[in-house]
Design a protein around this ligand. Structure first.
Ligand code: LMR
Length: 336
């Protein structure tokens, strides 16, 4: 069955089965994602499956589909809204096309200089209000999972902003990332994650930004000669479920699943910290790409070029969201 038929058939089936399943067979939770199973997100999805199935005592069955096996970028969110899958954990950079541009807040370069501020924001009022905004799109947010701070890669060394000029850089479907790459003089190209390796290999794109666990598990280092440890921005996931499905669950089962997600979230966030650290050595050890830190002067130049994107994207994201992060930053003693 192709993906389109899958969506139609599953949406119809999910309507039928939601009532039947409650009485007889276990309730099925299809959890689709686009990264490898051995990433922090992949492992946490499996952890959730184990916890949920054990604790629900056979009442739920979680099927995890990794690596864009079932759905890729540009298909996932629609499938969730239709009820063809019940659960996803997309990057927050991917919510713009379905009318939730406020999630592109996380894409602003340098807005989160550290994980402490990020977690203060996701665990506080902003994180809660962002999740509330999902309701109008038929979705519920259950947790924020870290991916990590991003690095830049290409087939030429990227040190100063001028080095980026004219490069075709793959981005996720975020207008903020588009503006970020344009600020560097690049030609941004929106592309599904599953297509990036081949696009790099064939020269359809010259480079990209991503986190180290993604660079490692997708083997981007085989097709990129240089990796700049720029850490210029953050990428993370929102774990979401179909609202109708979620609201229709028996309350005690919903509580069990909520607890399982909380534990999977703690697990994921620890793991991503560890793997972002470990993957530098692994990528270097593979001996294919040259991996380097930016000097203080290079970092300052990149920052100076990219910070104006905050102001430029105010009307896209909503100034109130950006200001809310600035307030949290001020309270935490962070200056930009
Ligand atoms: C990407 O598209 O680069 C990432 O969002 C993939 C992912 O889910 O980490």
């Amino acid at each position: 069955m192709d993906r389109r038929n899958f969506l139609a058939a599953s949406a119809a089936a999910s309507l039928l089965s939601s009532t039947r399943a409650r009485a007889q067979a276990p309730i099925s939770i299809k959890f689709s994602h686009v990264v490898a199973s051995d990433t922090p997100k992949g492992k946490a999805a499996e952890r959730f499956k184990v916890l949920a199935e054990q604790r629900a005592g056979g009442r739920v069955k979680v099927e995890v589909y990794p690596n864009s096996q079932l759905l890729k970028d540009g298909e996932e969110l629609e499938a969730l809204q239709l009820g063809a899958v019940q659960m996803l954990a997309p990057s927050t950079s991917k919510f713009g096309p379905i009318g939730l541009p406020q999630f592109e807040l996380f894409d602003l370069p340098y807005i989160f200089p550290n994980r402490a501020l990020l977690h203060r924001v996701t665990g506080g009022k902003v994180g809660k209000e962002l999740f509330e905004s999902l309701g109008s799109k038929g979705m519920v947010g259950l947790g924020y999972w870290d991916n990590g701070f991003k690095v830049m890669s290409a087939n030429k060394p990227l040190h100063m902003p001028d080095d980026y000029r004219g490069l075709k850089m793959r981005i996720k479907s975020s207008k903020v990332l588009d503006a970020q790459m344009r600020a560097l003089g690049c030609q941004p190209q929106v592309m599904a994650f599953s297509e990036v390796y081949q696009a790099m290999q064939t020269g359809v794109v010259d480079g990209s930004e991503n986190t180290l666990p993604n660079l490692w598990t997708q083997k981007f280092y085989e097709v990129q000669k240089y990796v700049a440890l720029s850490h210029h921005g953050y990428d993370g996931y929102a774990v979401i479920v179909n609202k109708k499905f979620w609201d229709g669950l028996p309350p005690e089962l919903r509580a069990t699943l909520t607890k399982a997600i909380q534990e999977a979230t703690e697990f994921e966030n620890e793991l991503s910290l560890q793997e972002n650290n470990d993957d530098v050595a692994k990528i270097k050890g593979a001996g294919r790409a040259q991996v380097y830190e930016l000097s203080a002067e290079e970092q300052t130049a990149l920052r100076k070029t990219l910070l104006p994107v905050h102001k430029q994207m105010e009307s896209r994201i909503g100034k109130q969201w950006i200001d809310a992060v600035y307030s949290e930053a001020a309270a935490a003693g962070v200056t930009y």
